[in-house]
Design a protein around this ligand. Structure first.
Ligand code: PGA
Length: 253
């Protein structure tokens, strides 16, 4: 089943890297990954560094993503960026519903589904994030939370829309903490999410969906994670800032 799903290695720089730092990153990173033919590679710089990233990645197979976009095409939304703006800046992907946005910008499941729909309408591939926090895991609520986030977020898309998204399982307790989910924990969550997709859409949608794992992915734990058939790639924060580290992650077979 998983052989049909092409791996995706995505980086999320969060609020790191100026334009000059972006150029320096790509100058070091691109020669280290060769043609990276075995997977899709995506990098999400902050908005102000997108143009520099697009320019630096030109001619390579690295796709550029926004870290967020609005659900409206345009309007009086100070500080926001529309999907079409990302498209014209050269992006092909956008991260939606990252836990930091859920936490600091109060993004709800409903906003996640609206943002995903708007991104798809503009031709972007949304990388839709969900995951439980520490208390939810400790109190046995992981599946309940994942199911809720799924149904209210990506699960609210049409089947056609859903077929064009990527999902990222990112347990909040593992993000930026150095506490990676074990490969077994991650695989169990991915299996559960795939079951949610089967219930909401179809077995075909579940089999075709690519689910990335995110949360303290590093060069020294990527191999174990990718050995799990359920994991179709990774969404990498901290370790994507270092060209050597991210290249080692991308180059993992
Ligand atoms: P991390 O971040 O790899 O630094 O834990 C992952 C993410 O937030 O996408």
């Amino acid at each position: 089943m998983s052989t049909a799903r092409r791996r995706v290695m995505a980086g999320n720089w969060k609020m790191y890297k100026t334009q000059s730092e972006t150029r320096a990153f790509f100058a070091a990173f691109l020669p280290m990954i060769g043609d990276a033919a075995h997977c899709d590679v995506v990098m999400a710089p902050p908005f102000t560094s997108i143009a520099a990233a697009v320019e630096a990645a030109k001619g390579s197979r690295v796709a550029i993503a926004g870290q967020n976009s609005h659900w409206q095409k345009e309007g009086a939304f100070t500080g926001e960026v529309s999907p079409q703006m990302l498209v014209e800046a050269g992006c092909t992907h956008v991260i939606v519903g990252h836990s930091e946005r859920r936490q600091y910008a109060n993004e709800t499941d409903d906003m996640v589904s609206q943002k995903s729909r708007a991104a798809l309408a503009a031709g972007l591939t949304p990388v839709v994030c969900l995951g439980e926090n520490f208390t939810e895991r400790e109190t046995g609520k992981t599946q309940e939370v994942l199911s809720q986030q799924f149904i209210g977020g990506p699960g609210a898309l049409t089947a056609e829309e859903f077929s064009r998204i990527l999902l990222a399982y990112e347990p909040v307790w593992a993000i930026g903490t150095g506490r990676t989910a074990t490969p077994d924990i991650a695989a169990a969550a991915h299996r559960f999410l795939r079951q949610c997709v089967r219930d909401q859409f179809s077995p075909e949608a579940a089999a075709g969906l690519r689910i990335l794992y995110g949360g303290s992915v590093k060069p020294d734990n990527i191999q174990g994670l990718m050995a799990q058939e359920e994991l179709d790639g990774a969404l990498v924060g901290g370790a994507s800032l270092d060209p050597k580290w991210f290249a080692a992650i991308v180059n993992t077979k």
